[in-house]
Design a protein around this ligand. Structure first.
Ligand code: HEC
Ligand code: HEC
Ligand code: HEC
Ligand code: HEC
Length: 459
């Protein structure tokens, strides 16, 4: 009997059909091929992105940038001299201002409302809340583009990055109060054990945004000390951290090894540079929520607020929308210099003759032996101290928010001592150079600004 006829005899055929059907059932939940893997790290270390070209093509089509409006001539009367109520775009001329109005109408206003979405008959009036929100958004966009280049680089953002032609961006979040649970032993579930899309249908907490993108809870799973003590790393914190990580991966359409090396999720040296960008992204998102959206809460009508009365907020997907760089890294901001920063910055007022100087010296990560080259603000401090015999200098050391708390305190102190030595060796009597331990030694601002020593002069 030939092989063919063996396969085609009835009992074998039934078995084959059953197997095929079973396989179909098994694979029903999987993605239809082709599925490709692209290696992103050295061979053999399992750093790869899984890509399905079919899904990618759809995503690509959805994330194209609209054609930019023609550039505006640089000269012409200032908008603020022609219009009555210009509070933010004071640096623009009329042509540039009109261009911004046209662009935001395209990017944000519902097509049937056009300018009327933000304006009534009197263009100068602020009685529509949408105009008041839009004004703050103009400031927010300039702030992102000029102060958060650590995250958005030169690519920057425009209103379109989040809004994409919608009045309310498609991806925003509200504080999720969860379901009311029974009282008793199992009362608080910490937002867990309910499959939820935020955390990739896992049973992890469904609101990792409130602690991390509104609050500034530590995103940690690994304790720095062997024994419980001051270290607050807990299982709960771990759950929340993983929920955030899953939501971040989804927002960017990547997997964990886009940022981490799975050998150690915590170690920065082994992580990809993208993790650093993401670190800034977390801080930026927090800043946007607390600095811009939350303060607008009372400006919004009630129907725009969440069940707890909170305002719609930003997370990674508000900008990224499933892509590793919003709009695949295509820069719209480069065509809209009006939204990148002030176009004609007002010249800084000349310094008064006897201004009291402040010294700020910045340090590299984990370093206290020397401050960054080019930081010469100490020169003015020394000069001032030499010409004012009664003046004293107070020196405070700071560290950034990452790393071991104990080590950080040592670093902050060592940095302060280094600067004190420098002042003394420049001829300032030690009695006039005081170490001033700050209440909170974690410096503010982004980590590069945080790792610093401040020298304030007491005249
Ligand atoms: C998404 C909201 C929004 C839309 C849509 C919009 N504007 Fe505006 N408009 C503003 C804001 C905000 C200001 C104030 C800007 C500032 O304070 O710097 C403003 C100010 C103005 C002013 C100055 C009025 C004055 O005397 O102070 C004019 C004129 C104007 N817009 C025209 C338009 C036109 C024309 C359109 C439609 C093509 C339009 N705007 C669409 C938000 C909007
Ligand atoms: C980082 C993301 C982001 C960017 C960039 C952004 N917005 Fe928004 N915008 C939001 C969020 C979040 C809300 C709150 C959603 C809501 O209305 O409840 C919002 C709301 C608004 C609203 C109120 C909408 C409504 O109907 O309630 C207006 C108007 C608006 N934005 C204008 C702008 C303009 C103009 C720009 C560009 C200068 C801009 N936005 C840039 C995130 C963004
Ligand atoms: C877009 C980049 C990015 C992706 C994708 C990402 N992470 Fe993270 N991860 C970070 C950053 C940034 C931190 C540090 C956050 C901080 O310190 O504020 C972090 C921290 C962590 C930590 C805490 C480490 C410690 O010090 O205790 C763990 C664990 C972790 N990530 C796991 C994961 C897992 C699992 C995934 C995939 C589901 C993932 N991450 C996806 C960027 C990323
Ligand atoms: C205001 C909009 C905005 C928000 C919110 C935002 N990002 Fe981004 N992100 C950008 C832009 C723009 C870029 C592109 C910068 C560039 O071209 O290098 C970017 C780039 C990145 C990159 C680098 C990707 C690469 O391939 O190099 C990572 C990683 C990233 N973002 C993670 C995050 C995470 C995580 C969050 C949320 C915690 C977040 N972003 C929130 C706008 C945003």
């Amino acid at each position: 009997m030939s092989v063919m006829s063996a396969i085609w005899n009835p009992p074998t055929r039934t078995a084959l059909v059953c197997t095929a059907f079973g396989l179909g059932l098994l694979l029903g939940g999987c993605e239809r091929p082709p599925v490709e893997a692209v290696q992103t790290g050295y061979r053999g270390i399992a750093m790869a992105e899984v890509i399905n070209p079919r899904d990618d093509a759809a995503k690509y089509a959805k994330n194209q940038v609209p054609v930019s409006l023609p550039a505006a001539p640089a000269d012409g009367p200032a908008a603020s001299s022609v219009y009555q109520n210009i509070q933010v775009l004071k640096d623009l001329n009329v042509a540039q201002f009109t261009r911004v109005m046209l662009a935001i109408t395209q990017w944000v206003a519902p097509p049937d409302q056009s300018c009327n979405y933000c304006h009534g008959n009197n263009m100068a009036s602020d009685d529509k809340y949408t105009k008041v929100v839009a004004r703050r958004m103009l400031q927010m966009v300039r702030h992102i583009n000029s102060d958060w280049t650590s995250h958005v680089a030169k690519t920057g953002v425009t209103c379109y990055t989040c809004h994409r032609g919608n009045a309310v961006p498609q991806n925003v979040w509200f504080i999720n109060p969860g379901e009311s649970s029974t009282s008793g032993l199992i009362a608080g579930n910490a937002g867990k054990n309910k499959p939820n899309s935020v955390a990739g249908l896992s049973a992890l907490p469904y609101d990792p945004y409130t602690p991390f993108l509104l609050g500034d809870k530590n995103i940690r799973v690994i304790a720095n000390d062997a024994l419980p003590g001051g270290d607050r790393s807990s299982i709960k914190q771990t759950d929340y951290t993983y929920a955030l990580m899953i939501s971040m991966s989804q927002a960017l359409g990547v997997n964990c090894v886009y940022c981490h090396n799975s050998r150690s999720f915590a170690v920065w040296d082994a992580s990809t540079p993208k993790r650093t960008t993401a670190w800034y992204g977390i801080r930026m998102t927090r800043d946007l929520n607390n600095g811009y959206l939350v303060p607008l809460t009372t400006t919004f009508p009630a129907h725009r607020l969440g069940v707890l009365g909170d305002v719609a907020k930003v997370n990674c997907s508000t900008c990224h929308q499933g892509v590793f760089k919003p709009l695949y890294g295509e820069s719209m901001a480069k065509d809209y210099p009006e939204l990148v920063g002030e176009l004609h910055p007002v010249a800084a007022a000349p310094a008064p003759a006897d201004v009291v100087p402040v010294g700020r010296l910045y340090f590299e990560v984990d370093k206290s032996e020397k401050w960054s080259e080019g930081d010469d603000s100490l020169v003015a401090v020394v000069e001032y101290l030499k010409s004012h015999d009664a003046a004293k200098a107070a020196i405070s050391g700071y560290h950034d928010a990452s790393g071991n708390a104990q080590r950080n305190l040592q670093l902050a102190k060592a940095r302060a001592i280094l600067v004190r030595k420098a002042l003394v060796s420049d001829g300032i009597p030690a009695a006039r150079v005081l170490l001033d331990k700050p209440m909170e030694s974690t410096g503010s601002g982004d980590p590069r600004d945080a790792r610093r020593v401040e020298v304030t002069v007491q005249p």
